[in-house]
Design a protein around this ligand. Structure first.
Ligand code: NAD
Ligand code: ISE
Length: 339
């Protein structure tokens, strides 16, 4: 470890998520410091590094990984840049927290799996932060007690206020529903075997040509059926809700009832406006867990296998969206390395 046993982190990509992770590492997380920052935007990365003591600025991920005091890597560049950054991190044998997606396709994800297995030890945690959300964690613990019986169905709602420019119909699956793919696999401890996508008439809020909302169905190898409303130009707020229907009861999270006010003959509360606000605690806990595990020499949390499995489900989802019908997920047998 670099200074006083703290973990020196190189942050690759300093846009919306990367900049927030830099702030988090500096101000919230204990036991870590930002030792290097990387971005293809040289001015931006210099501006960020200038505000952090002992932090170097780079436009090349490899130079950052070789920089003084770098012990670990956080990848927050766009998905298509992840594979190259991951393979470079493996060359330096550095632990990595990689924002979702691991890579944007199952073939590239398999290359990452193979390279990590060649190292002989796990290095990657994928940033499926919902696993660190208090409400999802409570739901998972409740299911594990068995009190409710076997899960039969899982209903999900995933709503964003509006999409950024350039957001495509496929991105509703690859960027947004990928979180429900991970959470379904994690909560139910089952693999997703098939995907069907239904397409209502697009909302008047959606940009021209965007298929929004979509209704996505998963089938699992444990016989559960899962639905996802993905609705990314709803206009009113950021909402992520989940309800598990089991043999002896149901359990639901995400209603946002943390603070309810009563005033002037009305009751109500506020709705978060984006993921940074809704999942702030989850991002914080994810980062602390990664730093703590890395300092212990361990790798925990969602693995490269989880990144590969969700990439395979995304591919089936995009095919179901464009070709119609039910599309089966093609998955390799899980290597013992990831059991
Ligand atoms: P962004 O466009 O705001 O930022 C990306 C940054 O990376 C930009 O500053 C860009 O200049 C830089 N960049 C581009 N190519 C690069 C390269 N090859 N090397 C280094 N830097 C490069 O994007 P974002 O919204 O911050 O998303 C970044 C990652 O975080 C994506 O993988 C995305 O899917 C993920 N993400 C996760 C969540 C979540 O809830 N977990 C939410 C949003 C985004
Ligand atoms: C974004 O990339 C995320 O990961 C958010 O968590 C999700 O809610 C959003 O829809 C995606 O675009």
């Amino acid at each position: 470890m670099a200074q006083h046993g703290t973990l020196g982190v190189a942050v690759i990509g300093t846009g919306k998520m990367g900049a927030d992770h830099v702030r988090r590492l500096n101000e919230v997380t204990s036991g870590a410091r930002v030792a290097a920052v990387v971005d293809v935007d040289a001015e931006r990365v210099k501006r960020i590094a200038d505000g952090i003591e002992g932090c170097s600025a780079h436009t090349d991920p490899s130079a950052a990984m070789a920089a003084d005091g770098v012990d670990a890597v956080l990848i927050a560049s766009p998905g298509p840049a992840h594979e190259a950054a991951l393979l470079t991190a493996f060359e330096y044998d550095l632990p990595v927290l990689c924002e979702k997606p691991l890579t944007p396709g199952s073939v590239s994800a398999l290359r990452v799996l193979e390279a990590e297995q060649k190292l002989g030890h796990r290095r990657v945690q994928v940033g499926f932060m919902r696993r660190y959300d208090t409400e999802y964690a409570k739901l998972k613990s409740l299911l594990a007690t068995g009190q409710l019986g076997r899960p039969l169905m899982l209903h999900n709602r995933h709503r964003n206020v509006a999409t950024p420019p350039g957001f495509t119909s496929a991105m509703l699956i690859n960027d947004s529903v990928v979180h429900e793919m991970d959470i379904t696999r994690w909560l139910l401890e089952q693999e997703i075997t098939a995907v069907t996508v239904l397409k209502p008439t697009p909302s008047g809020n959606a940009p021209e040509g965007l298929q929004d909302p979509q209704f996505v169905l998963f089938e699992t190898d444990g016989g559960a059926v899962v639905d996802v409303e993905i609705n990314v130009n709803c206009g009113f707020g950021y909402q992520v809700q989940a309800e598990v229907v089991c043999e002896r009861g149901t359990a639901r999270i995400g209603d946002g009832h943390a603070l309810v006010t009563n005033m002037a003959g009305r009751w109500g509360g506020t709705i978060a406006q984006d993921f940074v606000e809704r999942f702030e605690d989850a991002y914080d806990r994810q980062m602390q867990a990664w730093v703590d595990a890395t300092r212990r020499g361990e790798v925990t949390g969602p693995s490269a296998w989880d990144g590969y499995a969700t990439a395979a489900v995304c591919e089936a989802g995009v095919r179901a969206q464009t070709e119609g019908g039910r599309v089966e997920v093609e998955l390799i047998e899980r290597p013992a390395f990831y059991s």
